[in-house]
Design a protein around this ligand. Structure first.
Ligand code: FAD
Length: 485
């Protein structure tokens, strides 16, 4: 079935659908007023559409009832966590049922001995780590949005974060999940045992961007808090020196917990926001964290400092205590918000390049941005080669969106040409759906579409995402404050 058929083959009466929904879950959980459908039309990307009905699920049974009705009426539906996605993954197809998981926010059970916990999908990432901190454990994936993003969203997008360099992204931290499949049946993928029988459908579901059903419970892996930690801020007069140091460190056999880079414009914006004494005169800074037993941490700090000297490091600042460490991380994690000090609008890209190509691709990004008369802040997971160029602009400037679009496409192409990939962690969603052929052949895409149909023959679960389609699926509108690129 093509997307065209989904949208034109049904003349769905959403009032009837809402009435049916109110008969199976509490009426106050079903909202179809203008306020809710407007609020839930978009995520943190600049894309938007029109939601049909918003349902606030409180249990697996609620999700199952909603999905069964969606299947009965042939209405597209999608799960929505906190709506912090940056690739339009939670932008509803026109008239879709949005299933919000914000009220499914309970930590169901914690097993500190086996180091795992079952949680509902709406639990916020940072809340989980805070609530288990007294047990000396944490949930490792730490997106910069961790105060607000949900575990369900992390699973669907296979999200990363600064501290995923050594420990891996979300996929490495999920044992299993309960899922309401698109036909309304409930199943478990993976499980508590180390090697569950059968195909690794857990691995297939992680990163499936809401297209294979709705995760209603998630079994997460918990990591022991490290005995010692050192956080270093190193600055450089040249971006290339900083970028090349990243490869030197890994080549020396050290895998830090985190290696993050901020370039000068970013340092300036963040410093104005947090006043942490950041090296704003320098071209770039690396925020590096090493963890482990105290002697190992001290040895790593010494070796990294030595390697940095060979790359002409300027200053080396080592956080003296937890308060200083927290301040430095606050700077890194609030960078996207801090850009408001420079321009009112931004468009954030997310590509990955081989680590040893970082400095070359960064040079290309600066050249592309100059050519399009724009400004860029680079703040990114350097250890993973995961670039986040933030194009900053004033949306009111005539013609600026065209330049931002063109620069964005050139940056994605430069990354892929360097042997990189379209997305490191934000997902494909709507944003990069039509760029998939840059990386995948027709055969690859057909195999992915077959897998998707195996989960969802009716193609109702977040149907317009990830896989490019010649069929249109409704107009994607530019949000008033942004643009769809
Ligand atoms: C300031 C900022 C910083 C960010 N930093 C990072 C970062 O460092 N690393 C990173 O990886 N991302 C980052 N992001 C992106 C975003 O926060 C992550 O992708 C996050 O995991 C999305 O979670 P969410 O709950 O907001 O999901 P949503 O935006 O609500 O949804 C995202 C996708 O997940 C699907 N989904 C949600 N819940 C479920 C479920 N229960 N079952 C099935 N599918 C579901 C949705 O359908 C959608 O396709 C950042 C975003 C912002 C705004």
């Amino acid at each position: 079935m093509s997307l065209d058929e989904i949208y034109t083959g049904h003349d769905v009466d959403l009032v009837r659908v809402a009435t049916r929904l109110r008969a199976v879950i509490r009426p106050d959980q079903v909202r179809d007023g203008a306020t809710e459908t407007h609020l839930y039309r978009r995520d943190a990307s600049t894309m938007s559409n029109t939601a049909g009905i918003v349902c606030f699920a409180e249990s697996t049974a609620d999700v199952q009832a909603i999905v069964q009705i969606a299947a009965e009426f042939g209405v597209p539906f999608l799960a929505r966590g906190s709506g912090t996605g940056l690739a339009g993954g939670a932008v509803p197809p026109p008239g879709a049922i949005v299933i919000s998981t914000t009220k499914m926010n309970k930590i169901i059970s914690v097993d500190p001995v086996s180091r795992m916990a079952w949680v509902e999908p709406g639990v916020l990432n940072l809340d989980l780590s805070k609530q288990i901190a007294h047990l000396g454990v944490h949930f490792a994936p730490d997106p910069s949005s961790q105060q607000t993003c949900s575990i369900g969203g992390n699973v669907a997008n296979n999200s990363g974060g600064p501290h995923c360099l050594a420990d891996g992204v979300t996929n490495a931290h999920i044992h299993g999940m309960e899922v309401v499949l698109p036909d309304g049946s409930v199943t478990i993928f993976g499980g508590e045992e180390p090697e569950p029988d059968g195909f690794d459908l857990r691995g297939v579901f992680v990163g499936s961007e809401g297209m294979f059903g709705v995760a209603t419970k998630v079994c997460v892996r918990l990591m022991q808090n490290p005995p010692d930690v050192a956080t270093m801020l190193m600055d450089f007069a040249s971006v290339s020196d900083g970028a090349d140091l990243v490869s030197d460190i890994i080549a020396a056999g050290i895998v830090p917990a985190a290696v993050e880079m901020m370039d000068q414009l970013c340092l300036v914006a963040v410093e104005a926001f947090i006043h942490a004494g950041l090296p704003v005169e320098q071209a770039a800074a690396l925020l590096i964290e090493v963890v482990g037993p105290a002697r190992g941490v001290a040895a790593d700090v010494a070796r990294i400092s030595e390697l940095a000297t060979a790359r002409n490091v300027g200053g080396v600042r080592i956080a003296a205590d937890d308060a200083e460490r927290a301040l430095l991380w606050k700077g890194r994690k609030s960078a996207f918000g801090a850009i408001a000090n420079i321009k009112p609008d931004y468009y954030l890209h997310d590509t990955v390049v081989p680590r040893n190509k970082l400095s070359g691709v960064l040079d290309q990004i600066y050249a592309i941005v100059k050519e399009h008369d724009l400004q860029v802040l680079n703040v990114f997971h350097a250890g993973d080669g995961n670039l986040h160029p933030l194009l900053v602009f004033d949306g009111k400037e005539p013609g600026v969106y065209e330049r931002v679009h063109a620069a964005g496409r050139a940056i994605v192409k430069a990354s892929v040409d360097a042997g990189g990939v379209l997305s490191g962690e934000h997902g494909i969603g709507l944003e990069k759906r039509d760029l998939m052929p840059l990386m995948f052949s027709e055969t690859d895409l057909a195999a992915q579409a077959d897998l998707r149909r195996a989960f969802d023959p009716q193609m109702l679960s977040n149907p317009d995402k990830v896989l490019p389609s010649p069929a249109t699926c409704g107009e994607i509108h530019r949000a008033p404050e942004g643009a769809w690129i």
